[in-house]
Structures are given as C-alpha cells and as structure tokens.
Design a protein around this ligand. Structure first.
Ligand SMILES: *Cc1c(COP(=O)(O)O)cnc(C)c1O
Length: 359
C-alpha cells in the first residue's frame, strides 16, 4: 500500500468545536462541514460532533443528504439556500434550515408546495456583495416571507468579508447594517464565521458558524492556530521511498531546478501534487522527519517530492514524513505557497485515505 495517509484527530475536532462555543457562552454553533468537512470527511466529522454540536451547515442539498444520512435530527443549514426551485421539496423532507439569498430564491420558496414549513435564514448583503438582500429589500420582503405558509422560523444571517483583518473598517460597517435590521422580529440571528467567533464578540449573535477553526487552522495571517488554542486535526503523513547521495553540481527533480551546492543526501517521499500537496511550494518549504525539519529539494512531482535530508542526523528508508500537522503547521505551508489553510485542506484528493483516530 502506498504510504500516504491523512490522519484525522477526532478528539482535536471536538476540542476545537468546544473552544468555538467557549468564545461565546450561551450561544449556539453550526459546525460548518461543507466541502466534505473541509476535506476531513463529512460523515466522520458529523458522527464525531453529533452529541455536542447544536447543528451543522453545508453548501448544497447534496452535502445535506450526506449529513442527514449520519444524523437524522440535527439542525442543518443550507448556507446558500436552494439552487433550483425543485430543491425546496427535498429540503423540507430533510427538515433543513435554508438561507434565502435573493429574490429568485424567495419567489421559488413562495411557490413551493412543501410537506412542512422550512426555517428560513434571510441573508443580508451587509457589504460583501456576494449573496443576500440589501437592507431595504430585506425589509420589503420580510412580511411576505413571515406570512408565508412555507415558512416556519424567520431568521437573519450575514457574512463578513474581512473578519480576518481585525479593525478593518468594513467589519464595523457590516455590523451596523446587521444591527440596523434588528427591530424586525427574527427568531435567531447569525453572523460569525471563525474569525468573528475568535475576535468579534459583538458579532456573535445567537448562532455561530465556525468552519476553519474546527479543523485546527487559523483564519488569521498573523495569529497562529496554536496561539488561538486550536489543535490541528489533520496530519498528512507520507514515507521515504528512496534515498540517494548526490554530488555537488548534480540536480534533483523536474526542470533540474535544484542543484546540489554541497554533497547532499536526498530523500524521495510518497506525496505529490496529485494528492493535494501544493506544487507552488517554494524552495525552503519544510517537512518533518523524526521530529526534525528538512527542506524540499526541487519541484513537487505528481506523486512524489524530494527532501534535502543532508542535515538530519539519521534517516532511513520507510521513515515517516509529516507534510503538515503538529510539527509543520498547515497555515505556515499555506502562507509560503501564497494560499490559505482552507485551500490546502479542501484540496487533499480522493486518493489519500483518511484514517480516524481519537483518544
Ligand atoms: C464557509 C462559511 C462559513 C465558515 O467560515 P470559516 O471562515 O471557515 O469559519 C461561515 N458562513 C458561511 C456563509 C460560509 O459560507
């Protein structure tokens, strides 16, 4: 079997969910498990959190079906609402909460004939300009939805564009848009993604929507997950499948871009970009072997990458190699590659088996 596995620490996942709720005592939290629980495996994540989570949130009806197959009764929010008018019937059968993010969705909902009314989350476009009603449009629509037989609870939600930048003026402006609507009678209100959960208590409202923090990565460029008290959930581990010595002037990998400046020892590792390891990893990017860090040598291939292990005291064929995890924070790798932990986690491909552990 190819030595590459994404180990998912379910105890850490539970810890991070609890931490989200501790940030906002008395509030509830949808655990965001869209995109296959950010690459960790939605069924396992839902099973793991089922007894402590107040609810779950996903991006599509297809994802909701997956969650429902594991948890029959949890509150389950469709973050972008229904994509086609026909989906409302299924959403009602599944007992979902649905966002209503625009007039087309609102009209489709009002024309649907449902087995039971849906909990609706009116989405306010408070300034991100991606989804949602403007505040005046939401006011106009409010009575139409509130009186509709298709609607049970009527709730309010919105989403921050810059919650990861503390003190960004848009945060305050978005919050004002939101609070400006609170004279309307909503059963629940929800605004906070992970970044807002961690640093914007004024935005906590009734229901948090933590995503990335559950998986132990930081939403901030300048605050590490460890600093925030988060525990990494996924460890991506490969192994050394070959070791060779290369002389000064010899090259390693595609494009011969890495050239030995000294007599070097090169380890070939069983993980590549077809597994989700970023091909954009720049020179100097580190992995961990036997608890020590060692830099990549040359370009990442589809199925393999090379590591300069010259400075390691001991290396052997078969040694485990941590691509990210406790020793190599995923946020550090992401930043070096010009991306974010979210992208690396969601891009771990199908061919990497997930192994679930808990203690
Ligand atoms: C994905 C998503 C979240 C979770 O965001 P994180 O930054 O991962 O915490 C919250 N709300 C909405 C609407 C989302 O789409």
């Amino acid at each position: 079997m190819r030595p590459l596995v994404a180990t998912v620490d379910l105890t850490a996942l539970r810890h991070n969910y609890q931490l989200a709720r501790q940030c906002a005592p008395g509030r509830k939290a949808f655990a965001v498990v869209k995109a296959n629980a950010y690459g960790h495996g939605a069924p396992a994540a839902v099973r793991c959190l089922a007894d402590i989570a107040d609810g779950f949130a996903v991006a599509s009806l297809e994802e909701a079906e997956q969650v429902r197959a594991v948890d029959r009764s949890a509150r389950l929010l469709l973050l972008e609402g229904c994509f086609e008018p026909g989906e409302y019937v299924r959403a009602a059968e599944l007992g979902l909460d649905v966002a209503v993010q625009g007039e087309a969705q609102a009209n489709a909902l009002l024309q649907a004939s449902l087995c039971r009314p849906l909990n609706v989350w009116f989405k306010l476009d408070s300034g991100m300009h991606r989804l949602g009603f403007t505040a005046p449009a939401l006011r106009q629509w409010y009575p139409r939805l509130a009186d509709a037989p298709q609607v049970a609870e009527i709730n309010l939600m919105s989403h921050f564009a810059c919650a990861d930048e503390r003190g960004h003026p848009l945060n305050e402006a978005q919050l004002e848009q939101f609070t400006g609507l609170l004279d309307l009678d909503f059963t629940h209100r929800s605004f906070a993604n992970s970044a807002a959960v961690l640093t914007m208590s004024a935005a906590h409202m009734d229901w948090l929507r933590p995503g990335i923090m559950l998986y132990g990565a930081s939403p901030f460029a300048d605050l590490s997950a460890a600093t925030l008290g988060l525990k990494p959930v996924m460890t991506l581990t490969a192994a050394i499948i070959a070791i060779r010595d290369v002389a000064v002037g010899e090259c390693v990998g595609y494009g011969a871009s890495w050239v030995a400046q000294r007599p070097s020892r090169i380890a070939t590792v069983s993980c590549g970009y077809a597994d989700g390891y970023p091909r954009t990893a720049p020179p100097g990017t580190c992995v961990a072997i036997r608890g020590e860090r060692a830099p990549l040598a040359g370009r990442v291939s589809m199925d393999m990458l090379a590591v300069d292990v010259t400075d390691l005291l001991q290396v052997a064929l078969g040694d485990e190699v941590e691509l990210w995890g406790a020793r190599v924070p995923i946020d550090e790798l992401a930043q070096a590659c010009g991306t974010i932990g979210y992208e690396l986690l969601t891009k771990v491909t199908q061919r990497v088996p997930r192994r679930y552990v808990s203690d």
